[in-house]
Ligand binder design. Structure first.
Ligand code: UDP
Length: 339
């Protein structure tokens, strides 16, 4: 049984490929290396002790995708391939719609024509915007996100729901909160392109001396210490949730399944708490300055992940400090490669 993993050399994708291989699935990766590097493939193999099939091409190339489906018995897809920089999405909206939605439609055309079911989509808690009530469960009303990136996630969800309903297929929409951390081996992790936008890579690079100071975007939020609160979920825990979600689809006797799960820890942490946890976990200093709020940021978001626990028998297991230790190990691995 082969699972197509698009973006399988990316951050969450690579960790999920390892978990799929550990669970006995054959994996076919399509990744255009636009936000990843080839050595990740070798590292996946080292970590999992098995080799996934790899095709380096852009999913917009439908004719190449057709060849992959012709060559392999694909029984499902986990779709990670997407552009994900919120700021960039505002200045390149058409590229984002093309990269994130056109590619999704190409895969769904293959699924439709070949009668394939079992599609897992990387969505995001950004579809909830600033929710009125915490924690956020799956019944929380959706708000069309402000960013083009966020809109592609919400539109992707809608496309998949229509696909499942019209053709009687099984889909799972996974709404991630804030994925962090790296593989405990120190061989897989996030590879930020240029100056990181996300908190953890910026914290790590500051601790490593690559950046001078972390800017904390706002300490005047209505939270305990004034900095914004998020739910930071360990990437290996998140990867395991994908395997559980896939098994849930594969084992379901229903013809049509539309699953939606929030994937988080259920616990909110402020930016300052994250910085302190990183310093304690790794015994390093992270110089920082308080700056004005970043446009578009919400105050607080953390998950109610009870549905995933009940239906997928999955829950987050790794503490914030433990996952921050793995990030530091990954940074040291990157530093050793750069020498
Ligand atoms: N953040 C920060 N400095 C940075 C990057 C992020 O203070 O250099 C804050 C950001 O304002 C937010 C939190 O860290 O409150 C998480 O931001 P990130 O971009 O990692 O994820 P988001 O929740 O925005 O998707």
């Amino acid at each position: 049984m082969a699972i197509l993993v698009t973006g399988g050399l990316g951050y969450i994708g690579s960790h999920t490929v390892v978990e799929l291989l550990n669970n006995g699935f054959d994996v076919v990766i399509v990744d255009d290396l636009s936000n990843s590097e080839k050595f990740i493939l070798k590292n996946i193999e080292e970590v999992a002790g098995k080799k996934p099939v790899f095709y380096p091409f852009d999913l917009k190339r439908r004719e190449l995708l057709t060849q992959v489906f012709d060559a392999h018995q694909i029984d499902g897809c986990i779709n990670f391939a997407a552009s994900k920089a919120v700021g960039e999405s505002q200045v390149k909206p058409i590229d984002y719609y093309e990269n994130n939605l056109f590619t999704l439609i190409n895969i769904l055309q293959e699924f439709k024509e070949r009668g394939i079911s079992n599609f897992i989509f990387s969505s995001s808690c950004t579809v909830y915007g600033q929710a009125e009530k915490m924690p956020i469960d799956e019944n929380t009303p959706l708000k069309m996100p402000e960013s083009v990136y966020g809109k592609t996630k919400q539109m992707g969800e809608e496309i998949l729901i229509d696909f499942a309903k019209a053709y009687n297929r099984k889909i799972s929409l996974l709404r991630y909160f804030n994925p962090i951390g790296a593989h405990p081996s120190g061989k897989l992790g996030e590879l930020p392109l240029g100056i990181p936008n996300n908190l953890i890579p910026y914290v790590t690079q500051t601790a490593a001396g690559i950046r001078e100071k972390l800017s904390i975007w706002g300490d005047d939020y209505d939270t305990e210490d004034g900095t914004a609160v998020r739910d930071y979920i360990y990437v290996v825990d998140l990867a395991k949730a994908h395997v559980s979600a896939l098994k849930n689809l594969l084992h379901s006797n229903e013809e049509t399944v539309i699953d939606i799960f929030n994937l988080g820890t259920g616990k909110g942490s402020s930016v300052l708490e994250v910085v302190k946890a990183f310093e304690t976990a790794n015994d390093v200093k992270v110089p920082y300055q308080i700056c004005a709020r970043r446009e578009g940021d919400i105050t607080i978001a953390y998950a109610n992940a009870d549905k995933a626990e009940k239906e997928l028998h999955w829950k987050s297991e790794t503490s914030l400090e433990e996952s921050l230790r793995t990030v530091w190990k990954w940074q040291q691995y990157l530093d050793s490669r750069a020498v």
